[in-house]
Write a protein that binds this ligand. Structure first.
Ligand code: GLN
Ligand code: ZN
Length: 758
């Protein structure tokens, strides 16, 4: 019995990689220093794997920024405009990742996209000339040799040709067609090189197999691998899937001349049915993903061993594996010294998961190991139900249903009532919530957290910031104001900290993209609200202006999706528990006289299941949870919501069923598609499509903004449209924000005039 890991976190226990790369960006460290650090990190991680007795140790899972970009660079899928900058290798790489502005030119970055349904983002490779595709890079080979030199025989991992091909953005259809053959040849060269290097195994990651695949896609997959595998020589090939089951491709995969297949039995519960229905080869190896690579709770050994026995009925030759790369969990619990042992005992981050793989191996093979005793300990630990007994919450969520949680009266009537109170002009202007998180704002929070200042000093600083922020917005001339969110480190963590049932870590960072990491809270127990959370600041902000100031909350689905969820109750139950807590806050805000309440659901789209057949179940509870938060408010109270990453053309009916009064969304890059989709379903809710991209420091001109708004006006009646940026402003500076918003207000004013004169 052997075990295997698909990938390991690369940022380092204390985000060393992030800091070093950022230093490099600021020209405060050299290429050599960056390479030296990466070498140390890789070595350290390989040692972790080795000392935990992992048999299949990956290499090439390390990256300075992103593995998809690494693959693109390896095969020379680099758009001409970046090559034209004539930068050195590393800088050309970073230019694609984050844009380049300097003495050699000015190029925007490549698009950044969500990696399947995780919170990790990859860089979308761009191919404008298929002819140049070739094996040109050497990082993967260097990594391989580095590991070899440490006496490790690594399993190089790389995107499989099918997945990589699907992730590329091609200039046109012709380029795309040509690229197939070129890419195939390049992958064949890769195989040849690894034959020369005498690699034992090579893993092709093929997560795209977990999507719904049509006949054409399956044919492409088959064509690629039928040909590629003719050239495998002496290397054993593993096709590694993750994030779900591979029902559409399974029969094809079985026919391929591969040596191993990796299946995810955590998210892909249907994979066991595939084994049952179609069997598996006796002489090939099944890499069974049984350790959850996406959550941080300890493994339930008894359950896992039962599952392994079941799998072994069909596949006698198995290797125990993680369900996906451990990139999606933090590095180690060893660096958590504030969290009580009684909690910490329940968690396994990446490093501890290696231990789990090792223990499972021992449990399954060694005769003298006292299994029963071990199981009992593991069972007691899992059953330990600290803070999981809020019966009131548990009972309340049972009563919630789609039919019961409907807001009255219906939208049309509400709109008239609300307008009679809010008296807003057409094309009202607003922002999404946060204002720049300057150094002083962060230090104030930090000082309070470290007990260096008392609550009064802390609060009065925030109040002053709010006062200032309101004044700035009034001067700019915005119609609906916000308080600026200075008290919030993060839109999820802030609410988690004020709710019962959440735990927080010190160093449990997970890479979100490039050098950006997030520290998701852990949902531990039943969730309920301890006390009012936002009411005081909201009241204060409103007292500072005659204009309306929005109350600002994070919605239950987003809080859940950006946390590590419980495994002992369903996501649905967790979402509804959080929804009830947020409902209390909504009603308290309303009671305090707040007339517009925004409930952000930034991450609702992110966790939409990859397979369509699972959408219904997810959307049922996600939309219900949102409705629970607001269905009890008065008709006069206006409910807004905001969504990032709004590729929701195909779930637009469900978004409408959230029954908000206004929805703003991030769409500055894909505006038109979405507007068409909204139009097609006769979208009921009023809309605020982001009119400029806040992820860029660029300041949009008045004309540019007017043009965007005109496009929206072409499709929708003017009474339906709000004017706002596409997301919160916290990552920008004041200079950019004020200039951009002034133009935004001016654009709206000019268009109002033009419309009145019509
Ligand atoms: N209200 C939040 C903010 O402005 C929304 C952030 C988000 O959508 N990610 O920061
Ligand atoms: Zn957003």
């Amino acid at each position: 019995m052997k075990n295997s890991v698909i990938g390991y976190p690369r940022i380092g226990a204390f985000r060393e990689l992030k800091f070093e790369v950022e230093k490099y960006f600021l020209k405060q460290s050299s290429q050599e220093e960056l390479i030296a650090l990466s070498k140390d990190l890789k070595e350290k991680h390989w040692q972790d794997l080795k000392s935990a007795n992992i048999d299949f140790i990956p290499c090439n899972d390390f990256s300075f920024y992103d593995n998809t970009l690494d693959t693109a660079v390896l095969f020379n899928v680099v758009a001409q405009r970046y090559k034209a900058l004539k930068l050195n290798h590393l800088d050309e790489y970073f230019a694609q990742a984050r844009g380049y502005q300097g003495k050699f030119g000015d190029e925007k970055a490549l698009a950044m996209k969500k990696w399947f349904n995780t919170n990790y983002h990859y860089i979308e490779p761009e191919c404008d000339d298929a002819e140049v595709i070739d094996l040109v890079g050497d990082k993967i080979f260097k990594d391989f040799i580095e590991a070899k030199n440490l006496n490790i025989n690594p399993k190089p991992v790389i995107h499989g040709i099918f997945t990589f091909f699907k992730l590329i953005r091609f200039k046109d259809e012709d380029t795309k067609q040509k690229a197939k053959e070129k890419l195939l040849q390049a992958y064949i060269k890769l195989l040849n090189r690894f034959n020369d290097l005498e690699a034992t195994w090579l893993s092709f990651d093929e997560p795209c197999l977990v999507f719904d695949l049509n006949k054409q896609e399956l044919k492409l997959f088959n064509d690629f691998y039928q040909e590629l595998l003719k050239h495998k020589g002496g290397i054993k090939i593993l096709i590694q899937s993750y994030f779900g089951d591979i029902r559409d491709a399974y029969e094809s995969v079985l026919k391929l001349d591969i040596d191993g297949l990796g299946l995810d039995f955590i998210e892909g519960d249907y994979n066991i049915n595939l084994l049952e229905n179609f069997g598996f080869h006796r002489n090939k190896i099944l890499f069974a993903g049984i350790i959850n690579g996406r959550n941080i709770y300890k493994n339930n050994y008894k359950k896992t061993i039962d599952l392994i026995h079941k799998i072994k009925n069909y596949a006698p030759n198995i290797v125990l594996s993680t369900s996906c790369s451990l990139l999606h969990v933090p590095y180690s619990i060893q660096n958590e010294n504030k969290l009580d042992e009684k909690y910490l005992n329940h968690f396994a981050f990446a490093k501890e998961k290696l231990q789990e793989l090792n223990e499972l191996k021992i449990l399954l093979t060694s005769k003298d190991f006292n299994k029963e005793k071990f199981f009992i300990q593991n069972q007691i630990l899992l059953a330990n139900s600290l803070n999981k007994n809020n019966l009131k919450v548990q009972e309340s969520i049972k009563t919630l249903s789609k039919e019961k949680c409907i807001r009255e009266p219906e939208f049309k009537e509400r709109k008239i009532l609300q307008q009679s109170i809010l008296k807003l002009p057409i094309l009202p202007t607003t922002t999404i919530g946060s204002f720049p998180q300057t150094k002083e704002v962060r230090s104030n929070r930090l000082a309070f957290k470290q007990n260096k200042i008392n609550i009064d000093t802390y609060t009065s600083f925030n109040r002053n910031k709010i006062k200032e922020c309101i004044k700035i917005q009034e001067e700019i001339g915005l119609d609906v104001l916000v308080h600026g969110e200075f008290e919030r480190n993060d839109m999820v963590e802030y609410f988690g900290e004020n709710l019962e049932g959440f735990l927080f870590t010190q160093n449990a960072w997970v890479q979100s993209y490039g050098t950006r990491c997030v520290k998701p809270p852990i949902i531990w127990g039943d969730v309920s609200r301890k006390k009012t959370i936002t009411v005081e600041y909201a009241k204060f902000a409103q007292s500072q202006s005659q204009k309306i100031v929005k109350g600002m909350l994070t919605g239950p689905v987003t809080i859940l999706n950006w946390s590590f969820p419980r495994e002992d109750i369903s996501l649905r139950e967790s979402a509804l528990q959080i929804a009830l807590a947020i409902q209390e806050e909504v009603l308290d805000l309303e009671n305090a006289g707040i007339k517009i309440i925004q409930i952000d659901e930034a991450a609702l789209r992110e966790k939409l299941p990859l397979r369509k057949s699972k959408w219904h179940t997810y959307l049922e509870w996600a939309i219900l949870a949102f409705n629970v938060t607001h269905y009890k408010v008065k008709a006069q109270t206006q409910i807004h919501t905001h969504m990032c990453y709004s590729e929701f053309s195909d779930i637009i009916k469900e978004i409408n069923a959230m029954d908000a009064d206004v929805i703003s969304f991030e769409a500055s890059r894909s505006n038109l598609d979405l507007l068409n989709a909204l139009k097609a379903v006769n979208f009921k809710t009023d809309i605020g499509p982001g009119v400029y991209d806040i992820h860029s420091p660029r300041i949009p001109s008045i004309d540019e903004l007017k043009n965007v708004i005109k496009k929206i006006l072409n499709k929708f009646e003017k009474e339906k449209i709000w004017i706002n940026p596409d997301c919160g402003l916290k990552t920008r500076n004041y200079e950019e924000v004020v200039a951009s918003l002034k133009n935004l207000v001016q654009a709206s004013l000019e268009l109002r005039k033009e419309l009145q004169n019509e």
